[in-house]
Design a protein around this ligand. Structure first.
Ligand code: ATP
Length: 369
């Protein structure tokens, strides 16, 4: 069992490009950590440095109580699952899974026990005699996982392991990986650019941009308390609505205004917004926090600000519909019940939950409240 410590880690490639900048992170034993961020943000580079496949330019990597910067990959007690599975085509599933253990001179009976056990966990015990080309994509993915499991490593590293699977299989394998983490009680570090995968799998998520950590938090905290504009926009689907609004005084309190719309600021948030009176900020509101007024109970109504919007696109998702609208020149998305009947070009009333408003400083891009 092992935790990891990444201390001031920097990766500068030989062409001078700095892909990872001063990366600091403590990962506890048995955590399921996700590295998420847009293409090129340094997720894979960081994972590959942990695996020992990429040299660390400066900083320290500790696995358990061992400084590992210069430890060979095979001696790091980690197993990595790659996006393309990297299976040996000429070997059977059994031999693919046994290969790493044979290299380590593990006794034959022990290899047999571990391979059959892992195959059972992953439900591929009926495929052990087949070669990879006689397997489906999902089965190949399981073999790649199996090869990692049999090593009984202290840390599992996974680089976009589900990206080659079709949508349905991805969802299925996502729950399999979650179960596997629960069963194995081992540290998992998982790279993805898919924020739904990140939110559903991780105990903690590391959001990266341009090689710099933006925020490290639990999925629910990232969603409800993003620390800056980038995280607020990256986490959540559909994206958080962003509208430039002015902070104004209204009686004893404050309001955010855009066009003719006024959004009262609740007292808890007013204190942090007070220094911005007379200035513009970026107001954020999640699509799920915009309602159709007719769906609100009487006692909920005082917690909402009201506006009118024009429907541009309607997306039917089954239980609900996404409404892409324009309100006072701003694009705004709302998540409404499927029973909502409004269609394209309709003018609709919308209600904004004032207790769920976010505000960001336009200059620093940091969260105000
Ligand atoms: P993706 O989701 O597209 O895989 P990523 O977040 O995993 O992206 P990395 O593969 O870690 O990104 O790459 C980070 C940055 O480093 C990118 O801008 C990439 O072009 C650059 N990079 C990667 N490998 C090298 C290399 N060998 N030499 C120079 N630059 C590199």
């Amino acid at each position: 069992m092992a935790g990891l410590k990444l201390k001031n880690i920097v990766k500068k490639y030989s062409n001078g490009f700095v892909a990872v900048k001063d990366f600091n992170l403590d990962i506890e034993d048995k955590e399921f950590i996700i590295f998420v961020g847009p293409s090129g943000c340094g997720k894979s580079t960081t994972l590959r440095m942990i695996a020992g496949l990429e040299e660390i330019s400066s900083g320290e990597l500790w696995i358990g109580d061992k400084l590992c910067n210069d430890v060979a990959p095979k001696d790091r007690d980690i197993a990595m699952v790659f996006q393309n599975y990297a299976l040996y085509p000429h070997m059977t599933v059994y031999d693919n899974m046994a290969f790493g253990l044979k290299l380590r001179k593990t006794p034959k009976e022990e290899i047999d026990r571990r391979v059959r056990e892992a195959a059972k966990i992953l439900d591929i015990d009926q495929c052990l005699d087949r070669k990879p080309k006689a397997l489906s994509g999902g089965q190949r993915q399981r073999v790649a996982m199996g090869r990692a499991i049999v090593r009984e490593p202290k840390v599992f590293l996974m680089d976009e392991p589900l990206s080659n699977l079709d949508a349905k299989l991805r969802v299925q394998m996502r729950t399999e990986i979650s179960k596997m983490h629960h069963r194995l009680q081992t540290t998992f570090i998982y790279v993805t650019h898919d924020q739904i995968e990140a939110m559903t799998l991780g105990t903690r998520i590391v959001v990266l941009k341009d090689g710099v950590i933006q925020q490290v938090d639990s999925p629910s905290k990232l969603f409800s308390e993003p620390q800056n504009l980038f995280v607020a926009g990256f986490i959540g689907s559909p994206q958080m609505n962003m509208i430039e609004a002015k902070v104004v005084k209204r009686g004893e309190g404050l309001a955010l205004t855009f066009g003719s719309v006024e959004v009262p600021v609740v007292p808890e948030k007013a204190k942090k917004l007070a220094p911005y009176v007379g200035k513009d900020v970026m107001m954020g509101i999640r699509p799920g926090d915009i309602a159709e007024p007719s769906t609100l109970f009487e006692e909920q109504k005082p917690n909402y600000a009201y506006a009118t919007a024009t429907v541009e696109v309607v997306e039917m998702l089954g239980a609900e519909k996404n409404y892409y609208m324009v309100c006072e020149g701003n694009n705004i998305t709302g998540c409404f019940p499927a029973s909502c009947t409004a269609v394209v070009d309709d003018k609709v009333d919308i209600a904004i939950d004032i207790t769920k408003i976010h505000a960001f400083d336009l200059e620093t891009q940091k969260t105000i409240t």
